[in-house]
Design a protein around this ligand. Structure first.
Ligand code: COI
Length: 352
């Protein structure tokens, strides 16, 4: 299949002129079109690009009852020549199908995912604004549309791509709390999949954290709550003295595309990076003796997000305010690659 095998029904009008691109709230505005591809009893149908609108779904669809739903997060960037670029889309495609397998859903063909995405982006090119900080957030997702409340995988699925113009994910300072009781994931579970349920499971503990003034939780391992893992919307890096530490990916931790890109970039910059579990005790010790310099999150939506402080066992630890933090150095280098302002020596960018 190629882009020509996609049915395209264009919207008669565009809402783009009514959008305030300077004051976007993440994930609240969507472009004029969406892609839909249905899977029926073992066969993927022809993808359709059509105007963005609600659709009908049977109330007994398994997505509602058993949470068979997965997604990806990607971004498109525009360079100074008005060309649109994707960042490592192969990684998102691979991870999407790994998530599909884990949730007993059908794998999406590469042609549907990639050609469909490129065609949709060509149609929505005007929604990708130039300038660092502007991007078009891409949300590919799949839900089980098959009806019936029997607790078994569905026979019918819908793969979709929707697009949302974006600026930053977090609008202010990010403070985190370290998990002592709740868990995001467990060995043998679905923590490494980008499954909808991994996010809804965090909503209640995150709501409690928000009420205490923290934007995010840094999850710890479910068995002992002693190892620092990820922050749910982002992977996490810790800088102790001049070494960056981040937890290894596992059954409990998402294999983040930004995470692995930062590891490669930092290593190339000559920064010492250690991929290993950091213990909560080690972090407290480093905060107390002054060797903890930075904590930052890394993710597609959040990009690279410095964390200003953390709380553990009701004690708050403030991080030092550095002049030239590694987090912002890496963010700048990453953005320069994504916006084609620097040579992409890694070969990560793909033209749409
Ligand atoms: C992303 O960074 O793309 C994610 O999927 C995180 C989501 C909570 C916005």
């Amino acid at each position: 299949m190629n882009e020509n095998d996609i049915t395209v029904n264009l919207a008669s009008t565009s809402k783009i002129d009514s959008v305030d691109f300077e004051n976007l709230i993440f994930g609240t505005v969507f472009t004029d079109h969406m892609l839909i591809c249905d899977y029926k009893q073992g066969v993927w149908e022809k993808p359709v690009i059509k105007p963005y609108e609600p659709f009908l779904i049977d109330p007994s669809a398994k997505v509602f009852h058993y949470g068979q739903a997965i997604f990806e997060g990607m971004k498109a960037y525009k360079d100074e020549h008005d060309d649109v670029w994707l960042f490592r889309p192969d990684q998102n495609f691979e991870r999407f199908n790994k998530s599909a397998v884990r949730l007993a859903m059908p794998e999406v063909p590469e042609s549907v995912f990639m050609d469909g995405l490129k065609k949709l982006l060509q149609i929505e090119k005007a929604w990708v604004k130039t300038g660092k900080g502007n991007s078009l957030y891409i949300r590919p997702f799949m839900i089980a549309t098959g009806p019936g409340v029997v607790a078994a995988p569905a026979n019918f699925y819908r793969f979709m791509i929707i697009l949302s113009p974006a600026k930053s994910y977090y609008s202010g300072e990010v403070k985190v709390i370290i998990a002592e009781h709740y868990s995001r994931a467990a060995n043998g579970g679905i923590g490494a999949a980008k499954a909808a349920g991994n996010y809804s499971a965090q909503f209640y503990p995150t709501k409690l954290a928000n009420e205490m003034g923290y934007q995010q939780i840094i999850w710890t391992d479910d068995a002992t709550h002693t190892k620092l893992e990820e922050a749910g919307t982002m992977n996490v890096f810790f800088r102790i003295n001049d070494t960056l530490y981040t937890a290894p990916t596992s059954e409990r931790i998402l294999d983040g595309v930004t995470r692995k890109s930062l590891i490669d970039m930092a290593k190339r910059e000559g920064i010492n990076v250690e991929v290993r579990s950091v213990l909560v005790d080690e972090l407290i010790q480093a905060a107390e003796d002054g060797s903890l310099k930075e904590i930052f999150g890394a993710g597609t939506a959040a990009v690279v997000n410095p964390i200003v402080g953390f709380s553990y066992k009701e004690k708050y630890y403030e991080l030092p305010k550095l002049e030239n933090p590694i987090a912002l150095q890496l963010k700048e280098k990453l953005n320069n690659i994504q916006y084609k302002l620097a040579e992409d020596t890694f070969g990560w960018t793909v033209k749409v």
